[in-house]
Write a protein that binds this ligand. Structure first.
Ligand SMILES: Nc1ncnc2c1ncn2[C@@H]1O[C@H](COP(=O)(O)OP(=O)(O)OP(=O)(O)O)[C@@H](O)[C@H]1O
Length: 654
């Protein structure tokens, strides 16, 4: 069944079409017109097409009257007594365009489809709903009021027939009573008509209480911090290397290398197994994107087949694994270096750096109990259990993915798991050990068991704030710490992971043990998704509005037409100029500029949507005004911009 959602405050009586005549009778004005206010249509257009047809305002006989409904074109409204002559001046065509045979820019006659008469929009009486923009005004009969007779006449006195000008909605004739009849009463399956949505007029965000942008969710920080973090990442991506880094300018299609370890001039050489390794950020020439390059110093690759592991790893995509792109050897560092290319996550930090690295003492700037500022060492803090579970679930998920494709991670360590966002971890350096130890053949089942043991050690290290927490002499003490700070489930998971391997010990079994936590993690992930969607919604309008403002910029105040009053003082451009004044150059009663961003955004959104709503544009000398709809202004802008675009193309060709 076809259904129309109506404004809730409006009582609508569904009437049989046969009762239409009764309603028509109700439409007749009840008061003598001489007692009422003068009709605004007469003031603005010189006539009222509803005179004698239901308009309850007075129509002075001295005014020139139109014999019937005027031909509804903008041209007519513009030639009324209040319309500036400039609109009817010959249409100016840019010089470049005059030479090409293009259709003339839409003049006043072309601006309005024949079924619409621009009229002044009277203010909406208080307590009433503006029905402009709702479809099927024909189907909606404002006079079919189900209340008391007295209420009805009181309402009628407030109603202005211009609000219910059916001709404005001729475009939606499918919503008329006839169309509805066909839908309701025919035996054929109903055809559901879709209202063309003016979706650019607003951002239908979920209620703030449900997706609060100021609250800190597990994976997504509050809106302001999120923006700050993203800004900082962009800044990090564009960093350049410190002077004197002495790095190669170009490396197999990568350039602008920046060391990611060490600070300032010193580049830290850290050991990865038996080899020194350094990580750089570099930009790839072919796509301009940043990548993380891990260089293994002085490594002589004996067999090209060692890279076969990289082929396998480059196929693995998982949200908790840093993807591998490629690997190559190079002599650009003046040695035999092996380079692995991974996806770069700006501002990523290792779990060791975030949670275990001793922090330098900092000066507390706040006064405690009236004493002066003091130095305070950063004491190791206990990682919250919720965070520990999040890490466990994410790392388990990554390991499962790798084990399922018959590989082993081979490096699950606090220095190789990166924190890339709020509570988001990813395993880095995947594939590196596979290449480095290509010659040493090892059973994949054993390697997978090692993954679990390494995972257990990582868990002990995080819970006890000590990288050697799971070693023999520390184990009992570490278990005490875990028992004190965390639930029994965390302890059981840690013990399961470091227990002796066997066929029973697999990542699937761990996932079974922590099923409840996995579900919690999924809920948080979906919440984070909702939050990000709502952040995106609030940015949706930007691009559209910038495009519109650019068009304004292209059209208005063109210096090459400075001496051509016909460019800005005629036809479309004149309307655009007045509209620009209406949007940006309003002044208050004292003549002070009105700087109201909401007004600008509302106007631009309505313009972009091309609504039927009318605006009154006043000439700068305040001697004349124009009443045009946003749709017509939109057409003017399209047309003027089209002229410029055509001229620009012509210049390129000649
Ligand atoms: N894919 C990546 N994207 C962004 N930053 C990365 C990436 N891989 C590594 N890094 C950063 O590079 C730095 C060095 O990484 P590395 O894996 O060598 O850690 P490390 O702490 O130096 O470990 P080790 O002591 O084993 O050398 C770390 O700060 C890490 O955040």
């Amino acid at each position: 069944m076809a259904f129309f959602a109506r404004p809730q405050s409006t009582a609508i009586k569904i009437v049989d079409p046969s009762t239409q005549s009764t309603q028509d009778e109700l439409k007749a004005p009840k008061k003598d017109s001489t007692q009422r206010k003068q009709c605004r249509n007469v003031l603005i257009h010189g006539f009222c097409k509803f005179q004698g047809k239901g308009c309850m305002y007075s129509h002075p006989s001295t005014e020139p009257q139109s014999p019937g409904p005027p031909s509804p074109s903008l041209q007519e409204s513009r030639t009324s007594t209040l319309t500036p002559q400039a609109v009817n001046a010959p249409v100016f065509v840019p010089k470049a365009l005059a030479t090409i045979a293009t259709p003339p820019p839409p003049s006043a006659e072309h601006l309005t489809p024949p079924d619409t008469t621009p009229t002044a929009t009277p203010p909406i009486p208080q307590g009433q709903v503006d029905y402009q923009g709702y479809e099927s005004q024909e189907a909606y009969n404002p006079y079919a009021y189900s209340g008391e007779e007295g209420d009805l006449s009181a309402q009628m006195e407030q109603l202005d027939p211009n609000f219910y000008d059916d001709s404005q909605y001729a475009g939606y004739s499918e919503y008329g009573p006839n169309a509805l009849d066909a839908t309701y009463y025919s035996s054929v399956p109903p055809v559901y008509m879709r209202q063309p949505l003016d979706y650019h007029l607003y951002t239908p965000a979920p209620p703030a209480g449900f997706v609060a942008s100021t609250a800190d969710s597990h994976f997504v920080p509050p809106s302001s911090s999120l923006r700050q973090a993203l800004q900082h990442r962009s800044e990090t991506i564009r960093q350049i290397a410190p002077i004197g880094s002495n790095l190669p300018d170009e490396l197999q299609g990568y350039h602008t290398l920046v060391p990611l370890e060490g600070n300032g001039d010193t580049v830290e050489r850290r050991k990865l197994g038996n080899w020194y390794s350094t990580v750089y950020r570099a930009i790839r020439s072919s796509d301009g994107l940043a990548y993380a390059l891990r260089r293994i110093e002085n490594y002589r690759l004996m067999h090209q087949s060692a890279f076969s592991a990289i082929e396998v790893w480059s196929q693995i995509r998982h949200p908790n694994i840093i993807s591998v792109n490629e690997a190559f050897t190079t002599r650009s560092f003046n040695d035999n270096s092996l380079v692995f290319v991974h996806v770069y996550h700006a501002d990523a930090q290792t779990l060791f750096d975030v949670h275990l690295k001793p922090k330098a003492p900092t000066m507390q700037t706040h006064y405690q109990h009236g004493r002066s500022p003091h130095l305070q060492a950063h004491l190791p803090t206990v990682i919250p259990e919720r965070t520990i579970w999040s890490y466990i679930v994410q790392i388990s998920s990554a390991i499962k993915k790798v084990h399922d494709v018959g590989q082993a991670v081979r490096m699950v360590d606090v220095s190789k798991v990166l924190l890339t966002g709020q509570n988001r971890v990813r395993i880095s350096s995947c594939g590196v050990i596979d290449v480095l130890m290509h010659d040493t053949h090892q059973d994949i089942g054993m390697l997978q068991q090692d993954d679990l043991t390494m995972f257990g050690r990582l868990l002990f290290a995080l819970c006890c704030n000590n990288v050697t927490a799971s070693s023999g002499q520390n184990l009992q003490k570490s278990l005490d710490i875990i028992t004190r700070n965390y639930s029994a489930d965390v302890k059981n998971a840690a013990l399961f992971l470091i227990s002796k391997g066997g066929p029973h010990r697999s990542i699937d079994q761990l996932l079974d043990m922590i099923r409840g936590k996995v579900i919690l993690e999924m809920e948080e992930a979906l919440n984070g998704n909702d939050r990000l969607e709502s952040e995106l919604l609030s940015e949706l309008e930007n691009a559209r509005l910038v495009r519109l403002l650019c068009k304004f910029g292209f059209i208005n105040e063109r210096p090459e037409f400075a001496r051509e009053p016909r460019w800005s003082e005629t036809g479309d451009r004149y309307i655009i100029k007045l509209f620009r004044d209406y949007v940006f150059h309003q002044v208050d009663e004292q003549g002070n500029p009105v700087v109201n961003l909401s007004h600008v955004l509302v106007c631009l959104n309505k313009l972009d949507a091309g609504t039927e709503e009318k605006v009154m544009l006043v000439a700068r000398d305040e001697q004349s005004c124009l009443v045009v709809s946003y749709r017509e202004i939109k057409q003017c802008i399209e047309s003027a911009f089209g002229d410029l675009a055509r001229a620009s193309k012509l210049n390129k060709r000649s």
